[in-house]
Design a protein around this ligand. Structure first.
Ligand SMILES: [Zn+2]
Length: 205
C-alpha cells in the first residue's frame, strides 16, 4: 500500500494559491504583496533533471512545461505537485521565469494579493500561426501566445517582395514589443528557428 501524499494544510501561509483561472486551466494567484525582484514560487517543487541531449528531454518538451536550465539541463516538473509551471501566459506579464538552478518565478511588476501571477512564454511555432490563442485579457493582448514562422516567411525573409517586407515588419513589431516587456532574448530563439527552417527548405527537393 502506498503512503498518502503529504500536502500543506489549508491554513498554512503559502505565498501563492493554485486555483482555476479565467485565462486557462489552473493558475497561480498571489496571497500577499510582491515587489519587483521578489521570488514568488519555485518553478517545480518536485522535478527531474535531464541533459538537453537526452531523447526523453525532447519528448518531454512536447508537454510545454519543460524548462531549459543553464543550456545543459532540462527541468521536467512532476505535474502532480503544483508550482510555478502552472503560471499562465499574459501579453502584459507581472512576473518572469528564471531558469537557472532549479528554476523560479520572480516578480517584475508590483502584484497585489488575489492577482493572478502571469509570465511571458515566448513560444515559437512553425507553420501553426493559430496554435495558441491568448485569453490573457490585457488591453494590449496580441491575440496569440505563439510567434509563428511559416515556410513562406523563411523563403521570403531576406527578399524585397511583399511577403518579405510583411515578414520583416511583423518581426520588427514583435521585437519592439519584446523590448517593451524586457524579453529580448526570445529573438534569439526566433532567429535560430528561422535559420533551421531556411536550411530545411534548401535541402528540400
Ligand atoms: Zn494576451
Amino acid at each position: 500500500m502506498s503512503k498518502p501524499k503529504s500536502h500543506k494544510s489549508a491554513f498554512s501561509l503559502a505565498p501563492v494559491q493554485f486555483r482555476d483561472s479565467a485565462i486557462e486551466g489552473r493558475g497561480v494567484f498571489a496571497r500577499k504583496r510582491f515587489a519587483p525582484g521578489d521570488v514568488i514560487t519555485p518553478y517545480a517543487p518536485r522535478q527531474r533533471r535531464l541533459t538537453v541531449d537526452d531523447p526523453e528531454a525532447t519528448l518531454a518538451a512536447e508537454t510545454k512545461f519543460t524548462l531549459v536550465s543553464e543550456d545543459v539541463w532540462v527541468i521536467v516538473p512532476d505535474t502532480s505537485v503544483p508550482g510555478g509551471w502552472l503560471c499562465n501566459h499574459s501579453c502584459a506579464p507581472n512576473a518572469a521565469i528564471y531558469s537557472d538552478g532549479p528554476g523560479r518565478i520572480q516578480c517584475e511588476r508590483p502584484i497585489q494579493p488575489g492577482q493572478e501571477v502571469t509570465i511571458f512564454y515566448g513560444w515559437v511555432t512553425l507553420n501553426e500561426p493559430k496554435r495558441d490563442p491568448c485569453r490573457c485579457g490585457a488591453k494590449a493582448c496580441r491575440g496569440y501566445i505563439n510567434f509563428d514562422l511559416s515556410d513562406e516567411d523563411a523563403h521570403h525573409c531576406e527578399s524585397d517582395t511583399p511577403q518579405g517586407r510583411a515578414f520583416r515588419e511583423r518581426f520588427q513589431d514583435y521585437a519592439d514589443y519584446l523590448a517593451s516587456i524586457g524579453q529580448e532574448q526570445v529573438l534569439d530563439g526566433i532567429a535560430t528557428k528561422l535559420a533551421q527552417l531556411r536550411a530545411r527548405l534548401r535541402q528540400a527537393p
